[in-house]
Design a protein around this ligand. Structure first.
Ligand code: FAD
Length: 249
């Protein structure tokens, strides 16, 4: 038998995370898509049968397209990712406008869950230098302790304020204003290999890059997972991207 009580539903305990996750939800993306698109001007649709016949020629064509920045053959593919990361990462992510589609979870239609970002021990905490030339260094144990304590306390306080407003009947879309950018969100992000390469060129730090970039570590953590999924789907294209300085064609 079901018991009816007047008790308010329990407020969930905050969860503190130091990671981000990227799941490949669906894809239609392979090296053959690049070759298929590139050869339309010479062999047309017949070329799809030729793709696997001559791997060295296929590799050569992908390298040539990458080197000479013939970008459009890299657009005929699609990857959809489920990304779970703090809101401050999404703010940076959503600046990538070309070749990306996004759908993020709603804070208007759903009560937001208390999952918050706290940097892990390996996250360098101290920044030195000037804008564009920052270097990051390990924090001391005291700095790590102070960071964790300040973040957890601030997160608890803001989530309590959010819950207090909801309990008073305030709309979710209003109450959410007190929640910080360290709150986790999730989104579907769909791109193609060309738009992903542009993203990776800006959001990873890599010695092979012709044009170095200095991204915030947390978006780089997302980028590394995106890259691993993509490399498994399109190994020849990924290798050519690295060989030609990690510049989007
Ligand atoms: C390390 C780093 C630090 C950053 N710091 C800041 C910062 O302090 N403040 C800040 O506001 N942003 C900052 N950004 C964001 C940056 O300015 C870009 O918004 C972001 O990197 C997306 O790049 P994008 O415009 O090339 O990408 P996309 O929007 O995906 O565009 C891809 C390409 O399409 C073309 N394109 C797209 N839209 C247009 C257009 N309207 N006109 C002409 N060409 C277009 C361009 O060739 C562009 O490179 C930073 C980015 C990085 C990587």
């Amino acid at each position: 038998m079901c018991q009816v009580t007047d008790e308010a539903p329990a407020v969930p305990e905050p969860v503190f995370r130091d990671d981000v996750t990227v799941e490949l939800v669906r894809s239609s993306a392979q090296d053959a898509d690049v070759l298929f698109a590139a050869r339309v001007s010479t062999a047309g649709e017949q070329s799809i049968e030729e793709l696997d016949k001559d791997p060295a020629r296929s590799r050569g064509l992908i390298n040539y397209l990458m080197r000479d920045r013939h970008g459009t053959p890299f657009e005929h593919n699609s990857m959809t990712f489920l990304v779970t990361a703090p809101i401050f990462v999404f703010r940076e992510f959503h600046r990538h406008r070309s070749g990306w589609s996004y759908n993020e979870e709603s804070g208007r239609y759903r009560e937001l869950q208390p999952v918050f970002y706290v940097p892990g021990a390996e996250r360098k905490l101290v920044q030195k230098g000037r804008p564009g030339k920052y270097e990051f260094f390990e924090g001391t144990p005291e700095q790590q302790k102070a960071t964790t304590a300040a973040m957890e306390s601030s997160y608890r306080q803001s989530y309590d304020a959010y819950q207090a407003m909801l309990a008073e009947g305030v709309a979710r879309e209003v109450a959410r204003a007190v929640l910080p950018v360290g709150l986790f969100s999730s989104m579907y992000a769909t791109c193609n290999a060309r738009s992903l390469m542009h993203f990776l060129s800006l959001r990873t730090k890599d010695d092979r890059a012709k044009v170095p970039s200095f991204p915030q570590r947390e978006i780089e953590m997302v980028a590394e997972q995106l890259e691993a999924h993509w490399a498994a789907l399109m190994p020849l294209t990924h290798a050519a991207f690295n060989e030609h300085g990690r510049v989007a064609p």
